[in-house]
Design a protein around this ligand. Structure first.
Ligand code: 4NP
Length: 155
């Protein structure tokens, strides 16, 4: 099973979701069953580590995002991933316009959980509290996604 997490820049939301999902998959004993990556629809930050504000907020909750580096979504992703999950509706529309005949399940990342919000708000131009909110949302979203993946995975 392969999961790609997508936002705009791949330096705030999708790296947070990437780190949190890896952490929860390990806790669930599924680390070797599910491959995770993240990417951005935009290319401005390609090759860079996550935003320092996201790194710091994640570190305080026990997630190490420092090995991650931004990359842009590419055509091969639509063949290689089973789930391609967008942080907001704008990312989702961009993915759908690139998807061609992809058989991937392309959806909002928060569509599997029970969060009040369906989109993960972009924290880039806001204050530090926005980065904490991203982490809370992606923790809930990852729990919902793992419940869904457990249904998909052969025993
Ligand atoms: P992300 O946040 O999509 O969560 O990585 C952003 C990062 C950079 C920009 C916008 C959003 N930017 O405009 O450079």
């Amino acid at each position: 099973m392969r999961v790609l997490l997508v936002c705009l820049g791949n330096i705030c939301r999708s790296p947070a979701a990437h780190g949190v999902l890896l952490h929860q998959l390990a806790e669930a004993g599924l680390a070797d069953r599910v491959a995770v990556d993240s990417a951005g629809t935009g290319d401005w930050h390609v090759g860079r580590p996550p935003d320092p504000r996201m790194l710091s907020a994640a570190q305080q909750r026990g997630y190490d995002l420092s090995p991650l580096r931004a990359r842009q979504v590419c055509a091969a992703d639509f063949d290689e991933y089973d789930y391609i999950l967008a942080m907001d509706n704008s990312n989702l529309a961009d993915l759908r316009s690139l998807a061609g005949a992809s058989r991937a399940h392309i959806a909002l990342f928060l569509s599997f959980g029970d969060t009040a919000l369906r989109e993960v708000p972009d924290p880039y131009y806001g204050g530090d509290e926005g980065f904490v909110e991203v982490l809370e949302l992606v923790e809930a979203g990852s729990r919902g996604l793992i419940a869904r993946l457990k249904q998909d995975l052969p025993a």
